[in-house]
Design a binder for this molecule. Structure first.
Ligand code: FEO
Length: 168
């Protein structure tokens, strides 16, 4: 059994993960509209991973005999201008998710729930990777400036990302 406080932050985290999937899908649609199909692929794969993140939390709450509460998912931001601006939004969003995951870790410690504290470590590592991935693309985009040939090659590179079920 988990405490109500831990259950609440885990349910709130499910909502943030599914919102993340919505946000990445909106970004994917934007990239598709402007013909950057590799960027569209990368963000669509990320959306699928976010759904996995939400489902792992969903299964964990049930495994701990808790109650899943599926909150309303907000409509995602659609004010996208160019690849650099989108990836800066991604980094900003992932930093927000990292803070939220850190709060789950802190709450589980406050509630002496060591199982949840251990469980959430996977997400802490995942957030380090997600922030690094966004920063990597931002660095390349800033380096290329308006150089179309480099953008074309980066689009090809991001097009190679394949979805693999993200499991705990
Ligand atoms: Fe599941 Fe991108 O955080």
């Amino acid at each position: 059994m988990i405490s109500e406080k831990v259950q609440n932050v885990l349910n709130s985290q499910i909502n943030k993960e599914f919102y993340s999937a919505y946000l990445y899908l909106a970004m994917s649609a934007f990239f598709d509209e402007i013909g950057l199909y590799g960027f569209a692929n990368w963000t669509k794969v990320q959306a699928k991973e976010e759904i996995d993140h939400g489902m792992i939390l969903f299964d964990y709450i049930i495994e701990r005999d808790g109650k899943v509460n599926l909150e309303k998912i907000d409509s995602p931001d659609r004010n996208f201008e160019n690849p650099l601006q989108v990836f800066e939004k991604i980094l900003e969003h992932e930093k927000f998710v990292t803070e939220s995951i850190n709060c789950v870790a802190t709450m589980s410690e406050d509630e002496c729930d060591l199982a949840t504290r251990h469980f959430i470590n996977w997400y802490i590592s995942e957030q380090v990777e997600e922030e690094a991935n966004a920063r990597d693309v931002i660095t390349k985009l800033k380096m290329f400036g308006d150089e179309k040939a480099s953008l074309y090659h980066l689009d090809k590179e991001l097009g190679n990302r394949e979805y693999k079920t993200h499991s705990y």
